[in-house]
Design a protein around this ligand. Structure first.
Ligand code: GDP
Length: 461
């Protein structure tokens, strides 16, 4: 969708579905995105690919040329697919849970050799909670012994050409994955046998390395969106922009900026916006909307093009004053055609939904995004571990101070999920005898802390 489309005031324009890629580390999320991006660049004519911050748009005609006869563009009126580039990003833990979309659909990548792993289960948990439709990419099929490569071919074709023994080996892995999904209450099957993708999870064998199965993967994503998500893709193109903060970043010359996924309306360079902040909603004015420049054009000048206006769905960097306390995973709303107070109230109520209940006493929890903070709180709640303070951000000396006031030795702890520990905080923790736990996998983090508690309890007996 080009920027000028918003002038048509078409009330029922359809936006691009936003796709998140999830899965365990090393199962091939980045490689799969690279493959899709690479194919899109090869197949797309110059100009067909718009640059996005944190996302790659693959227009329908490009999807169709990668997918070949599996996608007839005449069968679709959705404009393509927008892939979020940071796989495994913890903002995904909010996905669609609050009506607002960070992602509409997801690809869960599972290595056929390695099967289900902790982060696969965590991803499934998120998908279940947010009721996000997804398909499984059973990746690395090229590593099955005896595999006969057919670069970029549909899986049906490449599968047929394998020896019986090779096919059998692959089948075993695929049925294990289907069984694992069923253990998690998802009814799943090989995608070519799935009738109703809304009720069944389609498993698509792929290789991110050779491109086999990628045509099928795109065709299934496109079909799933067109068949089941069309209504949700209806947007008010000229309406006030609605989005989610993907990341908060320092940008030379622009100060603190927010990388934003816009999923409704438009955002303009002079708009007033309300952004979810650490303390209160932040009200500020857009100073610049920044789009990445194509690599070839970057010399010594800015890496970005300044644009006047962007319409959903898009990934855009927003530069504005006072964004220091903006939180990844928080809502972004343009104030246009309605009172500022209403927009602030909306952002507040969205944030209140995510807010974590804290107790008088408990551990301190830090996480990289709102979504991951919420997921941490859920996991700790299940383990009956109370929380005294929960915040987005790196572990800072303040957190140590709070933890050090606990009377119960078990609660003199800070649990950090996907965050750094500031050097000062590390020193303070040693001095104040506060235990620090950090990890990128929630269950390992909780397990680490639980073991520590057990040790203390044993020592007390
Ligand atoms: P991520 O952590 O999930 O993003 O995984 P990466 O995309 O970084 O992949 C991890 C490793 O697996 C890298 O060494 C990749 O080259 C390799 N890899 C990913 N996909 C495939 C595949 O389809 N076939 C093979 N043979 N290797 C793959």
């Amino acid at each position: 969708m080009s920027d000028t489309d918003s002038d048509t005031h078409d009330p029922a324009a359809l936006r691009t579905p936003i796709v998140a890629v999830l899965g365990h580390v090393d199962h091939g999320k980045t490689s799969l995105l690279d493959k899709i991006r690479g194919s899109a660049v090869i197949e797309g004519e110059a100009g067909a690919i718009t640059q996005h911050i944190g996302a790659t748009a693959v227009p329908l005609e490009v999807v169709s040329s990668i997918a070949g006869e599996l996608v007839d563009p005449d069968d679709f009126d959705l404009p393509g697919l927008l892939f979020i580039d940071t796989p495994g990003h913890h903002s995904f833990t909010t996905l669609r849970s609050r009506g607002g979309a960070l992602a509409d659909i997801a690809i869960l990548v599972v290595d056929v050799n390695d099967g289900f792993q902790p982060q696969t289960l965590e991803a499934l948990d998120i998908l279940k909670r947010s009721q996000t439709p997804f398909i499984v990419a059973a990746n690395k099929i090229d590593t099955v012994p005896g595999w006969n490569v057919h670069e970029d071919a549909p899986i049906t074709q490449t599968y047929e050409s394998q020896s019986d023994r090779t096919r059998q080996r692959l089948d075993e892995s695929l049925y294990t994955i289907i069984g694992n999904l069923s253990d998690q209450d998802f009814s799943a099957d090989l995608y070519w046998r799935v009738q109703n993708f809304q009720r069944n999870v389609g498993v698509v064998p792929v290789s991110a390395l050779t491109g086999e199965g990628v045509p099928d993967l795109l065709a299934v994503m496109m079909g799933l969106s067109q068949r089941y998500m069309k209504e949700e893709m209806e947007i008010d193109v000229a309406g006030p922009g609605v989005g989610t903060v993907l990341e908060v970043k320092e940008e030379k010359g622009f100060g603190t900026t927010i990388d934003t996924v816009l999923y409704d309306g438009t955002i303009r360079s002079d708009d007033t916006i309300v952004v979810g902040g650490l303390n209160d909603p932040i009200v500020t004015e857009v100073r610049a909307l920044l789009q990445p420049r194509p690599l070839a054009e970057i010399r010594t000048e800015s890496r970005f093009d300044n644009v006047e206006e962007v319409g959903a769905a898009a990934g855009i960097k927003v530069a504005a004053p006072d964004l220091e306390d903006a939180m990844a995973g928080a809502p972004v709303r343009v104030v246009r055609d309605r009172p500022l107070e209403d927009v602030i109230a909306e952002v507040e109520s969205e944030l209140a939904d995510i807010a974590v209940d804290t107790e008088e006493e408990g551990v301190v929890v830090k996480a990289d995004t709102l979504g991951s903070l919420e997921a941490m709180a859920d996991a700790l709640g299940e383990a009956e571990i109370p929380i005294v303070r929960a915040e987005v951000g790196d572990v800072a000396p303040r957190d140590i101070s709070v933890a050090s006031t606990a009377d119960d030795a078990k609660q003199r702890a800070v649990l950090g999920f996907s965050v750094d520990v500031l050097a000062d905080a590390k020193r303070r923790a040693e001095i104040d005898d506060v235990k620090l736990f950090t990890d990128d996998v929630i269950y390992q983090l909780v397990e680490g802390y639980t073991e520590h508690v057990e040790e203390i309890e044993r020592a007390q007996q």
